[in-house]
Design a protein around this ligand. Structure first.
Ligand code: SF4
Length: 277
């Protein structure tokens, strides 16, 4: 079996950076899962004694607490400071940017539109930086936007880093036609899209596609969906133990891609096993 790996796959810059930071702080804790990959979190625990706090109340005085890639809400950060914890910030700089924009612009008399999923930790964090919590509005589509009553006719917009630019533009166009001033901040990160484009290209060339990543990771599921559009035999696995020999009968070329939270060591194990089939 021949194997071809996508030109962009796996860890993005923000995830790589967060893991490097965590590895440098033995016996620390992350506030919430550092990334969406349980196996990598287990490895950090085993090799570097990096623990996991799910709840801010679990933090004890003097703990070293690492803030995850998606960031945390402002009030949680304040609580950590009050608890005298040593805070190590591993928030991706591309997530810190919309937090700072919201903080600044909401004090300058702008109503804020935040394009994203209000249940996502990144969005909760960004939203928490608004001066007026009643005048920052989180929407996922145009229908939701149409129902919003902004306080001012000066609107600033930011987006969750993983949203699609085309959908963001749709919201921005709607606002521009109806308001005196619209300030648009492009806070979308290209990393996810580079992995998606590479998956699309590769899935057109191969007989079978293997997508590696957490089954609860939305960006990994998105990669599977894209692969399936071009390659009927596309499978999502978390590691090499889930590979089934029968998938490969009659196939010659296998494409491989991986979600943004999938570490290289898992990908290499999968490649090795497939090459022996
Ligand atoms: S996808 Fe982009 S914004 Fe999110 S952690 Fe990776 S580099 Fe940062």
């Amino acid at each position: 079996m021949q194997v071809k790996i996508a030109s962009h796959y796996g860890f993005c810059f923000g995830v790589k950076r967060a893991i490097e930071i965590a590895q440098n702080y033995e016996s620390s804790y992350t506030m919430g899962p550092l990334i969406h990959n349980k196996k990598e979190i287990d490895r950090l625990h085993k090799e570097h004694n990096v623990g996991l706090y799910e709840n801010i109340d679990d933090v004890k005085n003097g703990d070293t607490v690492i803030i995850r890639t998606h960031g945390i809400p402002r009030d949680q950060l304040k609580t950590l400071r009050q608890q005298d914890a040593k805070i190590i910030n591993a928030t991706c700089p591309f997530v810190t940017t919309p937090q700072q924009i919201v903080k600044k612009i909401s004090q300058e008399g702008y109503s804020i539109l935040l394009f994203g999923d209000e249940n996502h930790p990144e969005v909760k964090g960004v939203k928490s930086y608004a001066h007026d919590q009643n005048d920052i509005h989180v929407v996922l589509d145009l229908d939701q936007l149409k129902k919003i009553k902004f306080k001012y006719d000066k609107i600033a917009t930011v987006a969750q880093t993983t949203r699609k630019k085309e959908q963001y533009l749709e919201l921005v166009n709607y606002l521009i036609l109806r308001n005196k001033e619209v300030r648009v901040f492009n806070t979308i990160c290209d990393a996810t899209f580079e992995n998606q484009d590479a998956t699309r290209d590769l899935s057109k060339q191969v007989d079978i596609m293997i997508v590696i990543g957490g089954k609860n990771s939305s960006n990994t599921k998105q990669l599977l969906h894209i692969a399936q559009e071009n390659c009927y035999d596309s499978y999502l696995i978390e590691d090499e133990t889930e590979l089934e020999k029968s998938w490969f009968f009659g196939k010659n070329l296998c494409g491989i891609t991986a979600g943004a939270s999938t570490p290289d060591w898992i990908i290499q194990k999968v490649v090795k096993k497939i090459e022996t089939l």
